[in-house]
Design a protein around this ligand. Structure first.
Ligand code: CTP
Ligand code: MG
Length: 222
């Protein structure tokens, strides 16, 4: 299946709060965004689109300079809007992989496994089991219930889709807010599966996440 990749990088990193937005900060000597670009290219994907905030154009050019060819488009005010903008710029793909720039610990083998999963599904995502026990709380943080951990998974990106199903699901979405693209495709009637995720696909959200991921990526074997 001919595949394209959309890397969404149009966020402002408000929870991290650093001068340089997290997707353009350096991790293990390279811009965060460049790790994901290299990984999808190494998996054989040639069409790579990156959705960015317009004021980050220069940062993005620098972060992708000298690497695989990419097309840069303007994202939107929400992640969903950035995905829509990126999808509009993708042509000629039977499969589309959507990935958060804020998850630089991507291995080419994960990309390959996700695309392979599309042989029998409309959408596929990496996910990890939940280690801690879970509680439901009220507005005052009083415990009002226990949530069974078995049968729950923590979903990561990249998420891979059959392009026709993905486009139809986004067209049918309207104003609804969904947690991720897999939820959009499932709401559109698509069959979705999870593959075993990777701790290195953790999302950079807070300052301390950089040190954790730096260490995990140092242990990289694939
Ligand atoms: N994203 C995007 N367009 C937006 C918002 C987010 O493309 N309008 C992207 C981010 O760049 C990131 C991914 O979606 O790669 C996940 O978002 P998140 O981790 O929330 O990043 P930010 O929105 O940048 O961070 P924050 O929420 O702390 O501001
Ligand atoms: Mg955000």
């Amino acid at each position: 299946m001919k595949a394209a990749a959309l890397i969404v990088a149009a966020g402002r990193g408000e929870r991290l709060g650093s001068d340089t937005p997290k997707q353009y900060r350096r991790l293990r000597g390279r811009p965060v965004l460049s790790w994901s670009v290299e990984a999808v290219a190494a998996a054989g994907i040639e069409q790579i689109v990156i959705a960015i905030a317009p004021e980050h154009a220069e940062l993005c050019r620098n972060a992708t300079k000298g690497g695989p060819a990419v097309r840069i488009v303007e994202g939107g005010a929400s992640r969903t809007a950035s995905v829509r903008a990126g999808l509009a710029a993708i042509a000629d793909a039977e499969a589309i992989l959507i990935h958060d720039a804020a998850r630089p610990g991507l291995s080419p083998s994960t990309v390959t496994a996700l695309l392979a999963a599309l042989a029998s599904a409309d959408g596929a995502a990496p996910a990890l089991p939940v280690a801690d026990s879970l509680r439901r709380i009220d507005a005052d943080r009083r415990v009002i219930g226990e949530v069974e951990r078995d049968g729950l998974m923590r979903v990561q990106t990249p998420q891979a889709f059959r392009a026709d199903m993905l486009r139809a699901a986004y067209a049918a979405l309207g104003d609804q807010v969904m947690s991720d693209d897999l939820a959009v495709v499932r709401a559109g009637g698509g069959r979705c599966v999870l593959i075993l995720g990777d701790p290195r696909l953790m999302k950079l959200t807070y300052a301390e996440d950089f040190a954790v991921l730096d260490r995990l990526m140092g242990e990289r074997v694939t």
